[in-house]
Design a protein around this ligand. Structure first.
Ligand SMILES: [Fe+2]
Length: 268
């Protein structure tokens, strides 16, 4: 069983590189289940539309996760109620439309749980992610409620991501961070068998400031006249991790970064 997690898909550059290359990667790498964070996939780089989520599902993504930008396209409030494959952070303060956790059946007939969490440090207000994680773990167990569990932890700080990683060690197949749009070089198997990476990176144009137009971003930092952020439109890089999983335990055997195309291509 082989899982692919793709980091935040940002704007047209991110969508294009994923749509163009993912179908072949799925065949070549024999991937069984693909999850991607899609909360920046809209043309303006914030949120996701129904049309774009459908295009991403069509090219082979099984589940899309989100984060702080989940409601930035107004239509998502309604769309997420009908689309089970689109998740929002589990620990949003209720009531919130949609779901943050769901179990899917993959092509090999295994049950794959996907949990989308959001951090509390330097992020929009949401329920305490550690308390919600503790409650989740009281109710759900690997190999009882699902064969594999993939966690997208959408957060800003490396420390918070690592702490959540250790909390789920031995209880999830993969814990990956998202949101910083920069891939980290710390993919590894934790002590109790879960695959972990602090951030899977971004699918988008890295000749930018985290996917957004670099000159405009610099002007903003200088507090000069600047436009609203808009996605950088150069060639996109596809960035994520591939995890080989043990079907008996639901834990990970191997995790590798997968980075191709665009200005960041160097590890594949
Ligand atoms: Fe984010």
């Amino acid at each position: 069983m082989r899982i692919f997690f793709l980091g935040d898909i940002v704007g047209p550059s991110g969508c294009n590189v994923v749509k163009k290359f993912l179908p072949n990667i799925i065949k070549e790498k024999d991937l069984d289940f693909v999850v991607a964070n899609g909360e920046n996939a809209a043309d303006n780089g914030v949120g996701i539309t129904e049309k774009i989520s459908n295009e991403l599902f069509q090219c082979g993504i099984n589940v899309l996760t989100t984060g702080n930008h989940v409601w930035d396209q107004k239509e998502t409030v309604e769309h997420i109620e009908k689309e089970k494959k689109l998740l929002r952070p589990y620990n949003l303060t209720n009531p919130a439309p949609g779901k943050g956790f769901e179990v899917f059946v993959c092509k090999k007939n295994f049950k794959v749980g996907v949990l989308n969490l959001m951090g509390n440090v330097f992020m929009k207000k949401c329920d305490d992610v550690f308390i919600e994680t503790e409650k989740f773990l009281k109710n759900y167990n690997l190999k009882e409620n699902y064969d594999f569990l993939i966690i997208d932890f959408h957060g800003e700080t490396t420390s918070e991501k690592m702490a959540i990683g250790h909390l789920f060690d031995g209880k999830a197949t993969l814990i990956t961070g998202t949101h910083t749009h920069v891939p980290t070089n710390d993919a590894r198997i934790l002590k109790k068998g879960s695959a972990y990476i602090t951030d899977s990176g971004m699918c988008g144009d890295y000749d930018s400031v985290i996917g957004m137009d670099k000159d405009n971003s610099i002007n903003k930092f200088f507090k000069r006249k600047a436009e609203k952020h808009s996605p950088s439109l150069g060639e996109g890089t596809l960035s994520g991790v591939i995890v080989d999983c043990c079907t008996d335990t639901g834990l990970a055997k191997k995790i590798n970064s997968f980075i191709m195309r665009g200005v960041l291509q160097n590890t594949f």
